[in-house]
Design a protein around this ligand. Structure first.
Ligand code: SAH
Length: 204
């Protein structure tokens, strides 16, 4: 998986590759799709949701330019796989999932695998995790029409955010955003397809 899907497509950071080699992706998949664990695609995990394609996980992780001392927020825990990859690379991970059974399942697997630096929460991630802010990095794995302002506010000075943005049914773009000197710089880095962000964002 790492050699053919990730390294060959240009993600070369040795720490990210080591994390992708170490975390057992099959453990995060429901029994009926375990045989697809290492395929080059997103895979259904129930409740209409998917675990992202391995390359997209590696690409987004790499784009965040993570350091071992970082505190990271993830919106959209899903299977818990991306949270585990982050947990290998940074000090503390905070992850929020809006679908209760998915969040509970992911928390169980992360604890079975011994990850003690992942904090899970069930709820709407639109407003981030204020008590734990600011974050050195924020990764959003569901797609809103526009970047939620509370997430921008919870980014530390020098912080990075990667988020798929775009109306459903239209092409989305992964946007990489950086806060520096109080200013926000952003650029589009990859066309993608993610499940929609639900909850408060739909009313805006
Ligand atoms: N990072 C996940 C990918 C999961 S797909 C993984 O590694 O498996 C995106 C997830 O975002 C879905 O589980 C979906 O339920 C969740 N989601 C959608 N809107 C959300 C919101 N407002 N807050 C938190 N999670 C949300």
């Amino acid at each position: 998986m790492v050699a053919e899907q990730i390294l060959r497509r240009g993600v070369g950071d040795s720490q990210v590759l080591a994390a992708m080699r170490k975390v057992p992706r099959d453990r995060f998949l429901p029994p009926d799709v375990k045989n697809l664990s290492y395929d080059d695609r997103a895979i259904p995990i129930g409740y209409g949701q998917t675990i992202s394609q391995p390359y997209v996980v590696a690409f987004m992780t790499d784009a965040l330019d993570l350091k071992p001392t970082d505190k990271v927020l993830e919106i959209g825990t899903g299977s818990g796989y991306q949270a585990a990859i982050l947990a290998e690379l940074v000090k503390e991970v905070y992850t929020i999932e809006i679908i209760e059974p998915l969040g509970t399942r992911a928390a169980g697997i992360l604890s079975e695998l011994g990850y003690k630096n992942v904090n899970t929460r069930i709820g709407d991630g639109y407003r981030g995790w204020n008590e734990a802010a600011p974050f050195d990095a924020i990764i959003v794995t569901c797609s809103p029409d526009a970047i939620p302002q509370p997430l921008i506010d919870q980014l530390a000075e020098g912080g990075r955010m990667i988020i798929p943005v775009g109306p459903q049914g239209e092409p989305q773009q992964l946007v990489l955003l950086r806060k520096s000197g109080g200013r926000i710089e952003q650029k589009k880095v990859l066309p993608v397809v993610f499940v929609p962000m639900t909850g408060e964002v739909e009313k805006r």
